[in-house]
Every structure is written in structure tokens, then in C-alpha cells.
Write a protein that binds this ligand. Structure first.
Ligand SMILES: C[S@@+](CC[C@H](N)C(=O)[O-])C[C@H]1O[C@@H](n2cnc3c(N)ncnc32)[C@H](O)[C@@H]1O
Length: 217
């Protein structure tokens, strides 16, 4: 593992391909200043989410795990002016920072931050959503996958972040997060309504990966 090299290459890729954006940079500075954990997606991952949501033609997006609203802001850029993004966050302090960031970015009309445990909020939501990004606590991923599926339609795209966990997912007796991802993978594999893959990634955020799921019926 050469984390310095991964970080250097990510810095190059971001410099080469991702336009600098003061509002997104400010969202991260505010998160840091507020003492939030810096566990947001990297800029090149945020842009990938935006592109995936655009490719899916998303008009309604659901996110589980808001933090400071950084990935929500990337995803919201895929939306038409009448589109909607609902993002769920259990920590009121995170939600407060996110709401400020969203307001400053001019997305308050399109992004709604709901505060509470996602497992309690999900059953109260009405679908369908066209795109779902799952990025909260990993032990609950099996339930988040099932909740997202309930709120989907054929064609919905679901992305789950951090599914490799530095290789931990390959250990059958891994920690609770790795076990959550493995259980989710079992549910996905047994679910005839979806088709999926998962890809390992390295970068400024270390060795991890994402799962890409498409609801087919
Ligand atoms: C990895 S961070 C999200 C990062 C964000 N998606 C981004 O890239 O900018 C995970 C977030 O999920 C929240 N979270 C953890 N458990 C949760 C739960 N049970 N319900 C809702 N949110 C939860 C955490 O408080 C944290 O803010």
C-alpha cells in the first residue's frame, strides 16, 4: 500500500479533470471548522456521483448519510430545477452544517435534510427515487439496501460507498461494518429485482470501493 502515491494521483486527477468550485471547497472548510469528521467523498468521487445521476436521468435522489452535505451538493447538480434530493442524517450537528452549506450553494429549494436515524425515516418516505446513494453506518447496509429497493422503480440506480474497507470485506469474520457489507452482498445476490457489481478503488481516501446496483424489475 502506498497511500502517498494514491493521494498524489488523486490530486493530479482532481487538478486535471475537476473544475475548482469555491462553494464546494467552502462546504468542506466549514465542516472542518465545525469539527465534523472529514469522511466525505473525494471531489473526483463526488463528480462520479453527479455523472451517474445524470446518466440515470435522475429527477428524485435519496441519500443516506449527509454529513456536511458535500456529496449531496454534487448529486444535486445532476437535478433539473424542479428535481428533488432527500438526504438523511442522524446527527443534528451534521445536519445543521449541511443546511448552511446547502443554503449558501443555492440548493435549499431542491435538497431536503431530514434528521433522524435512517432506519426510522426510510419507512416514512414515499418513492420512487431514481437514484439512491447509501453512505451511512455500514452495519445497517443490509437494511438500507432493502429500504432503498422498496423506494425504487425499475431503472433506479443505487450506489453504496465504502464496500471494501481496506480489504476487510474479504474476511468472513471481519468487523461489524465488513459483516454488514457481506450480508448486503448476499441480499443483492439473492434478489431477482436487481443486478449489481462492486469495484475496488484507491485514492486520497485509502483502499475502498463502491457497489453499483441497478433495479431491473
Ligand atoms: C460517511 S458520512 C457521509 C458523507 C457524505 N455522504 C459525503 O460524502 O459528503 C456518514 C454520515 O452518516 C451519518 N449516519 C451514521 N449513522 C446514521 C444513521 N443511522 N442514520 C442516518 N445517518 C447516519 C453520520 O452521522 C455521518 O454524517
Amino acid at each position: 500500500m502506498d497511500q502517498d502515491a494514491f493521494t498524489r494521483v488523486d490530486a493530479y486527477l482532481v487538478e486535471a479533470l475537476i473544475d475548482r468550485d469555491e462553494i464546494l471547497d467552502q462546504a468542506l472548510s466549514d465542516a472542518r471548522a465545525a469539527g465534523l469528521p472529514m469522511i466525505n467523498v473525494a471531489p473526483n468521487q463526488g463528480k462520479m456521483l453527479q455523472l451517474l445521476a445524470e446518466m440515470a436521468g435522475a429527477r428524485r435522489i435519496l441519500e443516506i448519510g449527509t454529513l456536511a452535505g458535500y456529496s449531496a451538493l454534487w448529486l444535486a447538480r445532476a437535478l433539473a430545477p424542479d428535481g428533488q434530493l432527500v438526504t438523511l442524517e442522524v446527527e443534528p450537528r451534521h445536519a445543521e452544517v449541511a443546511r448552511r452549506n446547502i443554503e449558501r450553494a443555492g440548493f435549499s429549494d431542491r435538497i431536503e435534510v431530514k434528521v433522524g436515524a435512517a432506519l426510522e425515516l426510510l419507512p416514512r418516505l414515499e418513492g420512487p427515487f431514481d437514484f439512491v446513494f447509501i453512505d451511512a453506518d455500514k452495519p445497517s447496509c443490509p437494511d438500507y439496501f432493502q429500504g432503498a429497493l422498496r423506494l425504487s422503480r425499475p431503472g433506479t440506480v443505487i450506489v453504496v460507498d465504502n464496500v471494501v474497507r481496506g480489504g476487510g470485506v474479504a474476511e468472513a469474520r471481519g468487523d461489524a461494518s465488513a459483516r454488514g457489507i457481506r450480508r448486503m452482498n448476499e441480499l443483492i445476490a439473492a434478489e431477482p429485482r436487481v443486478t449489481a457489481t462492486a469495484v475496488q478503488t484507491v485514492g486520497s481516501k485509502g483502499w475502498d470501493g463502491f457497489c453499483l446496483i441497478r433495479v431491473v424489475r
